[in-house]
Design a protein around this ligand. Sequence first.
Ligand SMILES: NC(=O)c1ccc[n+]([C@@H]2O[C@H](COP(=O)([O-])OP(=O)(O)OC[C@H]3O[C@@H](n4cnc5c(N)ncnc54)[C@H](O)[C@@H]3O)[C@@H](O)[C@H]2O)c1
Ligand SMILES: [Zn+2]
Ligand SMILES: [Zn+2]
Length: 495
Amino acid sequence: MAGTNRDLMGLAGRGQAGHLRLGTCNEYRHPVGQGCCWPGGSFGASPGSELNVRWLGLRSDLRNGEVRPHFGMQPCWIRVLTRLPQPDTLDSAIKEIDRLGSAFQEGKGEVTMRAVVYQGPFSVAVEEVPDPEIKHPNDVIVKITSSCICGSDLHMYEGRTAAEPGIVFGHENMGVIEDVGSAVKTLSVGDRVVMPFNVGCGFCKNCQRGFTGFCLTVNPGFAGGAYGYVAMGPWVGGQAEYIQVPYADFNCLPLPSGDAFEWDFSLLADIFPTGYHGAELADVSPGESVAVWGAGPVGLMATYSCIIRGAAEVYTIDHVQERLDMASDIGGIPINFDVGNPVEQIRDMRGGDGVDKTIDAVGYQAAAQGSSAAGGEQTEIPNVVLNQMIDLINPTGIMGIPGLYVPSDPGGVDEGAKRGSLAINFGKLFEKGLKLGTGQCNVKQYNAYLRDLIISGKATPSFVVSHEVPLDDAVDAYDKFDKRIDGYTKVILKP
Ligand SMILES: NC(=O)c1ccc[n+]([C@@H]2O[C@H](COP(=O)([O-])OP(=O)(O)OC[C@H]3O[C@@H](n4cnc5c(N)ncnc54)[C@H](O)[C@@H]3O)[C@@H](O)[C@H]2O)c1
Ligand SMILES: [Zn+2]
Ligand SMILES: [Zn+2]
């Protein structure tokens, strides 16, 4: 049973809406749920509409929508009550209490939160999972206000990784700090923060050099950790109500309080920095010409970042019309690869010239020409983007590759692809004297600067957000985002 008397007393003593969980009642010292512990009527103040609340077969009154801890209330209830998301109606309060109560009755022991849980290929569910807790003095618990679905989640969703059922998804997380460990120095309860998708320690050899995507501490035996992702360590994802953030002083980026720029800031967890990383890997500089493969969120952010960095022409290649339209709205030149080979299309537009820089924001699940989202044959050619990049780029150019490639792909198109071994035109690459950069984005290298661009009004990445939906609608959102239909480009889940 999670939660102890000390937890309850400690938080109650600090007088704050704490991160309490149902555990042992500190008044009568019995596990919550076993009876006696809440003589009704001990919370809610003003007289008025009176409603019965059912929970674990017990009854009490909630009055007047006033849902707050009240002197005399049993501490084991504090958590339930203070966690209600600003209950605007008593109905929502009752629903929440019923939900928590039944989770408890189902034998999950500690009362839980809702989260998006991977079930197997093409299947997720919103389920009750254990609450996160402070496990180390430098942890914080963040109450999620926004968590985005990412193209990277789709690799797992489609069964194209080694992800096992049971993973809680969500690496693009922001919210408000609900509880802080005793060693946290720079953060307080109530602070609004966004977390890089990478989990970093801040002190290993790689973190010290800024390569926080390759931290050596947080995922032992591997360079790099992330929330809610296969092979990225034990960090539970944030498509949920709460998340545990380790090394919190290092991993939380403070944001102005309130709710301004919520969509823009939520994109600081991953895709804005990752798109920017693509431009940085390719060293995109003022006046240059760039071709970006992919007009998904990352490709759009890469296009946007190249424009912010002063590129003269940015070609954005995809075959999903809504996405190409977004690229064009921000000043990109849209290229539909279903119409014809994008290399030839771009060369034709440029009088035979190639481009200075190229960016791959597609990755290994690249589609063949003609396989449009609307009923095409969906053939996959994992090396098509890499080879087109080598083809189009001018000699001595630089290629940035934030698009994901994996060393093991159960659904790979052939034996090589299953091992992440792809045929690329290395001879041409050498002949042209090209350079390339790959890998996870080191979000912390950019996120504070990109935040300040947002605050100063010089960047508005939220143009990419197509949908904001309740966490409970995640099943439908994953389905549509995966099919890239109904304009689903970037989805934000609201717990
Ligand atoms: N390096 C990192 O740190 C990092 C972080 C986030 C995402 N990623 C990766 O970046 C990639 C893009 O992410 P996203 O969220 O934008 O995903 P997404 O799946 O929404 O977008 C990919 C886009 O590529 C398009 N596409 C497919 N085949 C193509 C082709 N042959 N030519 C041009 N476009 C093609 C698709 O139509 C789609 O619009 C994914 O591989 C993701 O895993 C990497
Ligand atoms: Zn992501
Ligand atoms: Zn580290």
